[in-house]
Design a protein around this ligand. Structure first.
Ligand SMILES: *Cc1c(COP(=O)(O)O)cnc(C)c1O
Length: 541
């Protein structure tokens, strides 16, 4: 009898172990639905969406979410379906004004997740800052740099230092800020996220992107295309060390296609920071997803548990900020943490106090930082769940399957697929057709998909380009993608399949995708959030 049971177990095992990307993949999700929400619209409402699209000026950010019957892949930020464990924590929220229970729980959870030495024993030392979102943390940092450090910089000297850089790097530095004649600083990163870039640039701090060669050359066999170009970083630090207050790594590298950063690269950047006596900061939004890729792709980590990999990554940092709307699995929240004995805290002790002042003026008492007590509890629970390998594996493999579906339909995507999103490469998508950058076909692409009932986001020549003195200046280094960011724990494969099918239609008829013209906002900063467009008739058709 026991033999026959063993036999069947073997059969079941064989049946359920198709690779995650295969068409026959049929393993159950590691969770089940505990509540569902019917959609207040349906896929057949084309006429209504056509009208709404015109009203929204073809801008996906301005299109009503409740009128999207398909996949809303505008962002994976704050769009997570929370777990029942998180909902139960919301009920247990402590809404005291100062030092609520959730504050202590969140501190303890950060210590457990990122490493105990990140959190000072004394809860009232300034090193753990809560914010309502990641960008509020970035803004705080950029603001204190601008008020405290910039006045110490001599503009002429800064310019002279930059002039010694090699031509490519010099060019990249000078294009990023509006007032290079005033004192400026440079913050290098593997790639800054758009709000980080916006916050620094607005403070006259150059957000310098140094993505690795494999990223620039589109090397699809390289598993860590989010890495930093350490040769370029060395060149920068050799010539402009004085202008660099800290070095950044964004994990995973959202701007560079959601690609992970290897521990080898993190270690190298750390070594450079040691050599030049500089603090290293992480933009840590997708730290858990990045850790999963390290486990799966980096030699020597296959047997390491995810929490141990997270600890190792964060051992190399002097500070980090995080949007808890990503791997915090929460709908709102952010934080900025400075290692109490790290290089940042030692070098800029006065900045910590300024950060606290900023937080009090903008976000509220440091023990709640712009969030309700219940949010703090839900975030703490989210951080515990996100390290579960069943969750992470399912999450990342689902995004990979979505990418594979697109590849099957001949849609060019950035490969290997990153953890949180699939990036469609527009330059490849339109290769061989006569499209110009200033016709913004990426905007037309997302507009047509809205008509189909799905929402994606252009992150290319419109989002990252600028309009200056009557000319379009393209993104530098060039990025031209449409992003499909997959919300966590929200969609089933079937939903994503329907979206892939609609994108397949666009691929088939790509030559008919019309140009758009900008009706409003072309010259604005962060223009893709605000602009309006309309389709242009194609000449000669
Ligand atoms: C989302 C994100 C941010 C900003 O966080 P918000 O919570 O959206 O303000 C910063 N950096 C990266 C890499 C992000 O993905």
């Amino acid at each position: 009898m026991s033999d026959i049971l063993d036999f069947f177990i073997k059969q079941f095992e064989a049946q359920s172990c198709q690779p995650a990307g295969s068409a026959d993949y049929c393993r159950p999700r590691p969770y089940r639905n505990a509540a569902v929400r019917f959609r207040p619209c349906s896929i057949g409402d084309y006429a209504e969406r056509r009208e709404l699209l015109a009203q929204a000026g073809l801008n996906p950010f301005l299109f009503p979410a409740h009128k999207i019957p398909g996949c809303d892949l505008l962002s994976d930020s704050g769009t997570t379906t929370m777990t029942m464990e998180q909902w139960s924590q919301l009920l247990l929220g402590d809404e005291a004004y100062g030092s609520n229970e959730g504050y202590y729980e969140l501190r303890a959870t950060f210590a457990a997740v990122f490493g105990p030495d990140w959190i000072d024993e004394n809860p009232h030392r300034d090193n753990f800052f809560i914010f309502h979102q990641g960008r509020a943390a970035e803004h705080a940092l950029a603001t204190v740099f601008a008020t405290e450090l910039l006045p110490q910089i001599d503009a002429a000297r800064a310019k002279a230092q930059v002039s010694r850089l090699d031509a490519d790097l010099r060019n990249r530095v000078s294009k990023k800020i509006n007032r290079p004649d005033r004192p400026f600083l440079i913050v290098p990163s593997n790639s800054h996220f758009d709000t980080t870039e916006g916050n620094f640039a607005a403070a006259n701090i150059v957000p310098l992107n140094l993505p690795c060669r494999e990223h620039r050359e589109k090397d699809t066999h390289f598993g860590f295309r989010g890495n930093m170009d350490t040769a370029a970083l060395t060149e920068l630090l050799n010539k402009c060390r004085e202008l660099v207050p800290l070095v950044y790594l964004t994990i995973t590298n959202n701007t560079a296609g959601g690609q992970p950063v290897s521990l080898a690269n993190i270690r190298l950047v750390r070594e450079l920071c040691d050599r030049y006596d500089l603090p290293l900061f992480f933009d840590a939004c997708r730290f858990a997803e990045n850790s999963w890729f390290i486990k799966k792709r980096e030699p020597g980590y296959a047997e390491q548990p995810i929490p141990a990999i997270v600890h190792e990554i964060f051992r190399y940092g002097d500070g980090f900020h995080i949007s808890l709307k990503k791997d915090g699995l929460a709908n709102i929240g952010g934080a900025l943490v400075v290692r109490p004995d790290g290089r940042f805290a030692r070098r800029f002790p006065e900045l910590l106090e300024r950060l606290t002042d900023h937080q009090i003026m903008v976000e509220g008492h440091p023990t709640y930082g712009g969030l309700a007590g219940r949010d703090l509890k839900a975030i703490a629970q989210g951080l515990r769940t996100v390290l579960d390998e069943r969750y992470l594996g399912y999450r990342i493999e689902q995004v990979a399957r979505f990418g594979a579906k697109l590849v099957e339909k001949g849609v060019p995507i950035i490969e290997p697929v990153g953890g949180s999103a699939v990036y469609i490469d527009l330059d490849e998508f339109f290769a061989g057709t006569d499209v110009r950058d200033d016709e913004f076909r990426g905007i037309a692409f997302t507009a047509l998909l809205l008509l189909a009932g799905h929402r994606l986001c252009e992150l290319g020549t419109y989002a990252f380009g600028q309009y200056r003195n009557g000319r379009e200046i393209g993104p530098d280094p060039r990025v031209n993608n449409v992003r499909a960011a997959v919300p966590r724990l929200t969609y089933e494969d079937q939903d994503l399949c329907s979206c892939a099918a609609a994108i397949g239609v666009l691929k088939e008829y790509r030559e008919l995708i019309p140009p758009v013209e900008v009706v409003y906002g072309r010259e604005l900063s962060l223009r893709h959030f605000k602009s309006r467009f309309r389709f242009r008739e194609r000449p000669g058709r």
